[in-house]
Design a protein around this ligand. Structure first.
Ligand code: SME
Length: 165
């Protein structure tokens, strides 16, 4: 696998995702370890998209447990009835929150965080974990982020659980 990322200048956010997707697919194709792949995806998204905080929580014994991430210190465990992450996992769907301060039960790992997108990783009808991305700007995530981050998570699900996301 190539260990450097191709990042063209002056792309729109959608174009940047389009450039990243085949690279992420190639990156994870060669590595069977889930944690190694999640760690690199967090690094790729941080470097390419400049997100404030990006990382994974894995579902372990009915609780979301912090996995590989890039950004400031984060809370380690999230119960399913808490936060945007818990809500996305429970509802088994992506949640885009324009203003986290207005979201009931939002967990403020950092007071700088203003908006958030959480994409669950679903395989075999179960949530295996979530991708959480936080921004320090309000309403920073749109349907474009949802579309491409869901596509990226489908690659991860296919690679590691072989199913259909
Ligand atoms: N804000 C998240 C918790 C995780 S951190 O932001 C990294 C939530 O409400 O689920």
């Amino acid at each position: 696998m190539s260990e450097s990322l191709i990042l063209s200048e002056g792309l729109s956010r959608a174009e940047r995702y389009q450039e990243l997707l085949p690279q992420v697919k190639a990156l994870i194709a060669d590595e069977p370890d889930l944690i190694a792949n999640l760690a690199n995806i967090a690094a790729v998204l941080k470097e390419a998209m400049g997100f404030f905080w990006v990382g994974f929580y894995r579902m372990i014994d009915g609780e979301l447990v912090l996995g590989p991430f890039q950004g400031p210190l984060a809370c380690t465990r999230i119960a399913l009835d808490r936060g945007v992450c818990g809500a996305a996992a429970t509802q088994q769907k992506t949640l885009v929150v324009d203003d986290v301060n207005a979201f009931p039960g939002h967990i403020a790992c950092s007071s700088a965080s203003q908006s958030e997108i959480v994409v669950p990783l679903i395989a075999e009808g179960e949530v295996k974990g979530v991708l959480d991305v936080d921004s320090d700007q309000l309403a920073d995530f749109s349907a474009v982020d949802q579309k491409y981050l869901e596509e990226m998570m489908r690659l991860v699900v296919k690679r590691h659980w072989g199913g259909h996301g």
